[in-house]
Design a binder for this molecule. Structure first.
Ligand code: TXA
Ligand code: MG
Length: 332
């Protein structure tokens, strides 16, 4: 199968509709990462998404809808705090998990009685979703466990020959996946950290929990238990306070013949002198926006990435650290 990358216009939207209505999958941009979308009502199409990605079949998908789509046909109970949150953030990088009406294919939620819903703010995503006027089930458009794609070229590198169409939407500015918020209880609980932070949610609705997956326990968000976001090269992760050890390791691995790159923010790089590095930039938002791009650059030019965690760990950095640990840490 030939994979095309096309700008978003009447011709490519028409083609994407034909592909989706025939049970196929189309990659499309969002403000976080690229998604691989299929018709959420079409069981075979949704199952095919899992096959294309090599995704475990107990890791449910998020349903994406355009901003005027009536989600009351999909979910049964939306608590007041979730409505308040939605008014503030949607369209945007927040996914909310509700009780499902089970109107979409069972394969979307892998048999769970909940449904994750997201309204992305990216103009291209909105055009695509509006044109289709369907709930679109979409995981990130990468091969399972690999680094999530933040450009059409990243998607092409992973899925060339496996899908017909990638809609070109440029670089995703957010850079890490949406915050996943469980809205089925008395107060919201973050299942996956992202650009909408716990602090931001607490400011609007008061209480907000943060779910931490523990090895050996059933995962409330099944995606949390899997290895994720990993580049195709060796990796090591050091905390900021162990920067000296990271630099010693960098020199040692170079002597051993590895092509090594540090992965760190600009402030850390300044302290590191002449070490070659992949820059996470200057701010928290830049770190999120650059992370996956730099992991992919690293796997193309190095045999080993030594990541140094940023000093700051709260706010958006909670989500960045969560990805960094899964990509470069031992927790695989
Ligand atoms: O930013 C994003 O969320 C991107 C773009 C494409 O929208 N999508 C994305 O999808 O990251 P994916 O499939 O890579 O991650 C979906 C996450 C997984 O951790 C999954 O376990 C969780 O959402 N999830 C989906 N449905 C759920 C449900 N019903 N209950 C709990 N967690 C759910
Ligand atoms: Mg993913």
């Amino acid at each position: 199968m030939q994979t095309e990358i096309l700008d978003i216009n009447d011709v490519s939207l028409k083609l994407s509709k034909r592909i989706i209505m025939n049970g196929g999958a189309v990659a499309f941009p969002t403000e976080t990462v690229y998604g691989l979308g299929a018709n959420a009502f079409d069981n075979a199409a949704v199952e095919n998404i899992f096959k294309i990605k090599g995704r475990p079949n107990d890791n449910p998908l998020i349903v994406h809808v355009h901003k005027d789509y009536d989600i009351s046909s999909l979910v049964s109970y939306v608590p007041d705090y979730a409505k308040t949150r939605a008014e503030n953030v949607w369209p945007g990088p927040l996914t909310m998990v509700y009780n499902s009406k089970c109107t979409v294919s069972k394969a979307v939620s892998c048999g769970l009685n909940t449904l994750a819903v997201r309204i992305p703010s990216h103009q291209g995503a909105q055009k695509f979703l509006k044109y289709l006027n369907l709930p679109i089930a979409a995981p990130s458009a990468n091969i399972s466990k690999h680094v999530s794609p933040t450009s059409a070229e990243h998607v092409f590198n992973d899925l060339n020959g496996k899908i017909e169409l990638i809609l070109q939407g440029g670089k995703c500015c957010g850079g890490i996946e949406s915050t996943v918020l469980d809205c089925t209880g008395d107060f919201p609980v973050i299942l996956r950290s992202g650009l909408i932070t716990r602090e931001m949610i607490e400011k609007v609705v008061g209480r907000c929990g943060l779910y931490e997956f523990k090895e050996g326990c059933a995962a409330r968000s099944p995606g949390m238990k899997y290895k994720h976001y990993s580049p195709n090269c060796k990796t090591m992760l050091f905390s900021f306070k162990d920067l000296n050890y990271a630099l010693k390791e960098y020199e040692k691995q170079k002597r051993l013949g590895e092509k090594v790159k540090l992965l760190c923010d600009e402030a850390t790089a300044k302290i590191c002198g002449t070490a070659e590095y992949l820059s996470l930039g200057n701010t928290e938002a830049e770190a999120a926006s650059n992370l996956y791009q730099k992991l992919r650059e690293g796997e193309n030019c190095a045999t080993l990435i030594i990541a140094v965690a940023p000093e700051k760990q709260d706010g958006i950095m909670t989500g960045v650290m969560n990805r960094l640990i899964k990509a470069c840490g031992n927790e695989k």
